[in-house]
Write a protein that binds this ligand. Structure first.
Ligand code: SF4
Length: 615
């Protein structure tokens, strides 16, 4: 796109900085020196995508290779979309403002089921046919990865290549094959056949699905004997060895998270039974203390950020968390660089550490007890007690905190109204703990925010067979809690039940949902995760037109024998383990943290090749 046309466009839209690129640390390459052009597409707006750690890692990794140019693509906001459509212009990359149809690959990260329609919108705005069967030789390959790729089937009609697991190595292997294939000038199908043997690669066009009369899946069939029957996820064995950027792009405008992020470990050993991340990212692999220090130093130096976040699923579980935070506070506290530790667990609440951090920058406190009663917390294997919460709260109030956020989930398997009463009871106990704190110690004015999300059963969890609570039930529960939580110090927030219903449909969907996805988008559905845009009625009309019963996906209990749409994927953790965990949940039996001793999830045998995980 030429400069004048772009400038003209930018003058007409809100926040032009979303589209100009050229930020600090953005990569600039000469196009005639690169062999492969990759568009990293985040199916949401710039501010959301730029806060995503995975994007920064893969962007810099690909650009660390001289012959690859990775550029960024985001969903344009509605004003920009309108202009592009009106002027018949293609969506473009941020780095060189190239029309995305001219790239070799467009790669999507799948973080959330409700961003699927944005993928379709991006392709359409880029003049790329949505259905893979309509993309002739000249169009880029559409590739996708990320947590939602663990059930790739709803996008099987759209995406050419899925990457299952950690992309750092796989992507480079795919691109190497691409270079070879391009030189030979073979048909597109040949390339897909060539890469289907790379571990972690799934090519949906090479497989067929058959169904029983009751609409459940009969079989997953490879079209040729030579195609792999199961697809194994890919993991990086040593985090110290794998690429991590020493600089990241610093946006010109405010984005969701404005901070440098160092990933301290991958995986989680806790085994909460609703949690997909806790299973799919197994096993735990820590980055060494020295490596984390070195990366933190470089990232602060190259970005100028005033906040450093230690990213992981459960930060307080990092075995060197105390020496690490001590070092970072000593090193950067005097420079007023704040430290943020997201994802802290209540039972390992490192108050001394938090207190130190607070001296640099004051933040609120967030805890996730998830369920209101001990019984239900045991069902979900949360492994924390009311005492853990109350001890943490009492200490926090005595140190002057007065802003607390408590996260719960409603609609969990076996939940009763007693469990909801438990949420209200806990919140009130927290209020009492504040008023029992001596006046001279506690902060002035107490604000407690109780938030409930709706349980969405996810693939590869011990709860993958459970029905989701109906919209009506969830609403009743929310209204019940609204009454119970009426209190001057408590604010109650809850998620929309209808959006959670759509999320549940696509989370456990199969290939037949591809048609509904396309039809929904054609009717105008996009930004479904944004409350202002979500159009429930349009979705229900869509399902009816496509002859799809959405409750079949969201509200139906599955048997252990049923073939699930993601059964062909091997994530290392065995189905036997998940079934066993589900049975233990029904009895309220706990499974201990596997850092203590192996719980036999299967990961050690499949991926580590030994008897015990290296944790
Ligand atoms: S602590 Fe529980 S919820 Fe958090 S990542 Fe681990 S398994 Fe998931």
């Amino acid at each position: 796109m030429n400069k004048e046309v772009l400038e003209d466009l930018l003058f007409q839209v809100e926040k032009p900085a979303r589209y100009i690129g050229r930020e600090i640390n953005a990569v600039n390459k000469s196009l005639d020196q690169v062999e492969v052009r990759f568009g990293f597409a985040f199916p949401d707006i710039y501010e959301v995508g730029m806060s995503h750690l995975g994007m920064h890692i893969l962007y810099n990794l690909l650009n660390s290779k001289d012959d690859i140019y990775c550029e960024r693509i985001f969903s344009p906001w509605v004003d920009m979309e309108e202009k592009l459509r009106k002027k018949n212009m293609s969506l473009f990359t941020l780095e060189t403002h190239t029309a995305i149809e001219e790239l070799d690959f467009v790669g999507f990260t799948l973080q959330y089921e409700l961003s699927y329609t944005n993928i379709l919108n991006i392709l359409d705005l880029g003049n790329i046919p949505i259905r893979k069967e309509n993309r002739q030789e000249k169009f880029p390959f559409i590739i996708a990865g990320g947590p939602c790729a663990y059930n790739p089937e709803p996008l099987a009609d759209i995406v050419d290549i899925f990457v299952l697991g950690e992309g750092e190595e796989v992507l480079l292997e795919i691109i190497d094959c691409y270079k070879e294939w391009k030189r030979k000038a073979e048909p597109k199908t040949k390339f897909l056949e060539n890469i289907c043997h790379i571990e972690g690669v799934y090519i949906p066009s090479l497989y067929d699905i058959t169904y029983h009369e009751d609409a459940t899946i009969k079989a997953f069939i490879s079209k040729k004997e030579v195609y792999p029957k199961t697809i194994s996820k890919r993991i990086i064995k040593d985090l110290d060895d794998v690429y991590y950027p020493d600089k990241v792009i610093v946006p010109f405008i405010n984005v969701v998270h404005e901070r440098a992020m160092v990933e301290i470990f991958r995986g989680c050993t806790r085994g909460c039974r609703f949690c997909q991340a806790g299973i799919i990212y197994r096993p735990v692999r820590e980055r060494s203390l020295d490596k984390v220090k070195e990366l933190a130093h470089e990232l602060i130096r190259t970005t100028g950020y005033e906040e450093l976040s230690l990213a992981s699923l459960s930060t307080s579980d990092y075995s060197e968390i105390k020496p690490l935070t001590r070092h970072l506070i000593d090193e950067y506290g005097s420079k007023k660089i704040g430290l943020s530790l997201p994802s802290l667990r209540l039972d390992k609440f490192p108050l001394e550490v938090i207190e130190e951090i607070q001296k640099v920058r004051k933040t609120g406190l967030t805890f996730a007890p998830e369920a209101g009663t001990q019984r239900l917390r045991d069902v979900i294997n949360k492994g924390i007690t009311e005492k853990d919460l109350m001890d943490a709260m009492e200490n926090a109030f005595a140190l002057g905190w007065n802003n607390v956020k408590l996260y719960f989930m409603i609609g969990l398997p076996t939940e009763t109204y007693e469990d909801l009463d438990g949420i209200a009871h806990l919140a009130k106990k927290v209020v009492d703990a504040y008023y029992h704190t001596p006046k001279e110690k506690r902060g002035r004015g107490l604000n407690i925010t109780v938030s409930t999300s709706n349980f969405v059963p996810k693939p590869f969890t011990p709860f993958e067979w459970y029905p989701q609570d109906t919209i009506e039930n969830l609403r009743q529960k929310q209204n019940y809690l609204k009454e119970k939580l009426r209190h001057k110090n408590i604010k109650y927030n809850y998620h929309d039940a209808k959006t959670s219903f759509l999320e549940a449909i696509f989370a456990r969907g199969d290939r037949r949902l591809g048609e509904a996805l396309i039809r929904g988008w054609e009717k105008g559905c996009k930004f479904d995760g944004w409350g202002d845009f979500f159009e429930y009625e349009k979705w229900m009309e869509t399902f009816e037109e496509c002859n799809i019963d959405p409750k079949f996906y969201a509200n139906r209990e599955r048997s252990y024998e049923e073939v699930l749409p993601w059964d062909f994927i091997d994530i290392g953790v065995t189905k036997k383990f998940l079934i066993n965990e589900n049975e233990k949940a029904k009895k309220g039996d706990l499974t201990h943290d596997c850092r203590i001793s192996c719980t036999g999830c299967g990961m050690n045998h499949s991926f580590i090749g030994g008897d015990v995980c290296n944790v």
